[in-house]
Each structure stands twice: as C-alpha cells, then as structure tokens.
Design a protein around this ligand. Structure first.
Ligand SMILES: NC(=O)c1ccc[n+]([C@@H]2O[C@H](COP(=O)([O-])OP(=O)(O)OC[C@H]3O[C@@H](n4cnc5c(N)ncnc54)[C@H](O)[C@@H]3O)[C@@H](O)[C@H]2O)c1
Length: 256
C-alpha cells in the first residue's frame, strides 16, 4: 500500500464524502485531497464542512442530510457541475446508538436505521446512477466492526452496520459490469468526536477498550483514511465486494 499523498493517484478525480466535516470523514477528505482529489463535503453541520473545505483547497461544502434523497442528489450534481465528474463516493455519515434494547423507542430505532442504513442506500443509489452513466466509479461505505460482531446494548447500530456490509456486497455484484466497485470499511474503536461523546457520557470506558484491542490502543482516523485511499485508488481495481477491517485485531480476537 503506497502512503497517501505520495502518488497523487487521485489527481483529476472528484470525491463526495458524506459526514465529511468531522472525524473519520474529515481524515479521509484530507487524505484524498493529499492524493490530488477534488472534494464535495456533505454534512448536516455546515460550519464544520465549510471549515474543512476551506482548509483543503479544491473542495466545496454542502449542507444536507443523507436521509433526504434531494440533499444527496444535490451534492452529486454539485460534483458534476463544479468539477465535471463524480468518481468516488464515501457514504460515511453515521450516528451511534448505545442503550439497552428494552429502552429503545420506535423513534430511536428509526433514526439509526434512517441515517446509518437508508442514508447509505440513498447515497449509493444517487452516486451509482451517475457513475454508471459516466462509465464507472468507486463507492466506499463506512460500516463498523459492529456490523461483523455484536455488542450488548447496540442493537440498532449493529443491525444498521450489518446492513451496510451487505449493501456493499450486493451492489458490488450488481454494478461490477458497469465498472463501479463497491467496498466497505469496518473500523474498530476510532479516536473521534463520535467516540469522545460516548466516553464523556460514561457509555464507554477508554481503558477497557484499549485493553480489549490486540494492538493495545484506539485506531487513529488517519489509519482508516489510509485504507480508504487504497480502496479508492486504481491499484485496488480487482477489489470489490470486500469489507476491510481496520480494528487493531478486535474481530480476530477470541480469547478471554
Ligand atoms: N468513531 C468510531 O469509533 C467508529 C467506529 C466504527 C465506525 N464508525 C463510523 O464512522 C462514521 C463516521 O464516524 P465518526 O466517528 O467520524 O463520527 P463524527 O461524529 O466525528 O462525524 C460524523 C459526521 O457526520 C455528520 N452527520 C451525522 N448525521 C448526518 C446526516 N444525517 N447527514 C449528513 N451528515 C451527518 C456529522 O455532522 C459529523 O460531521 C460513522 O458511520 C460511524 O458509524 C465510527
């Protein structure tokens, strides 16, 4: 795997990143930009997306919600209008849900499924339609190790991320003939505002998490970004329908 920024392998390509204003999405935006990509950052948090776009250079920020088809379509069209192509899309926007299942309301369940699952579907479908017209592209989906293994008190999150894993596989086989590759990334515990929020609310204990991770630490957003760059580059042309774990060995670990 070549280090990001050393090859400019994404020069001339345009990437749309949902949830690009913070955390993992922002780290991947930086890594794609270092590779020469132009960026469209779609986020509900416009100031965050604008600050990110300004710091990156060839990038625009769009306020929108991935649960709204019109917002996603607008972001895809902005890539085409402003930069002339839509080559890579990262369906990254997502929220956590960490509560005992008996306390989950209909609204709680609907929210996590809407953002984490339907949002990825809408993003993939709107981008995929344009990529197929264009002759190909790369779709990346942010799953989680909790789409592969389960944790108590995280039913909606686990189910939504398992849905993302299967969406990547199902679309990979459906769109391969159109030159569209679809892969998912399944991070472990990544040091982001998303995770800090769970630490702050006492929902998770950082020491326990590090102790459970074979590499003995949290994953950095930059480590996830390096995996995304690999999957976005042409060097991974033969890779589609794959779920790349970046979890420090968490899901491989089966001891006490
Ligand atoms: N942090 C982790 O440990 C971890 C681990 C595995 C997977 N993930 C996944 O990675 C993705 C990014 O997480 P993060 O840790 O960077 O979170 P984050 O909270 O730091 O960033 C998420 C971004 O998405 C935006 N967003 C939220 N809902 C949105 C919506 N409906 N439409 C558009 N934008 C929206 C937020 O405004 C924010 O900028 C999520 O899908 C999450 O499930 C995170």
């Amino acid at each position: 795997m070549t280090a990001p920024g050393t090859s400019r392998a994404l020069a001339g390509k345009t990437a749309l990143i949902t949830g690009g204003g913070s955390g993992i999405g922002l780290a991947i935006a930086r890594a794609f930009s270092a590779e020469g990509a132009r960026l469209v950052l779609l986020d509900t948090d416009l100031p965050a997306a604008e600050a990110a776009a300004q710091s990156l250079g060839k990038a625009i920020a769009i306020q929108g919600n991935v649960t709204q088809r019109a917002d996603v379509a607008r972001a895809c069209d902005a890539a085409l209008e402003k930069f002339g192509s839509l080559d890579i899309v990262l369906a990254n926007a997502g929220v956590s849900q960490n509560q005992p299942t008996l306390d989950v309301t209909d609204a709680d369940w609907q929210r996590v499924m809407d953002i984490n699952c339907t949002g990825v579907f809408l993003t993939a479908q709107e981008a995929g339609r344009r990529m197929i017209d264009q002759g190909g592209g790369v779709i990346l989906m942010m799953a989680s190790m909790y789409g592969l293994v389960a944790a108590p008190g995280r039913l909606g999150y686990c189910v939504s991320k398992a849905g993302v894993v299967m969406m990547a596989k199902a679309l990979a086989v459906e769109w391969a003939a159109h030159g569209v590759r679809v892969n998912a990334i399944a991070p472990g515990y990544v040091d982001t505002p998303f995770l800090q929020d769970l630490f702050d609310r006492g929902r998770l204990d950082p020491a326990k998490l590090k102790g459970r991770t074979p590499i003995g630490r949290l994953i950095s957003p930059e480590e996830v970004a390096r995996a995304a760059v690999f999957l976005a580059r042409d060097e991974s042309d033969g890779v589609t329908g794959h779920v790349l774990s970046v979890d420090g060995g968490w899901t491989a670990y089966g001891y006490i």
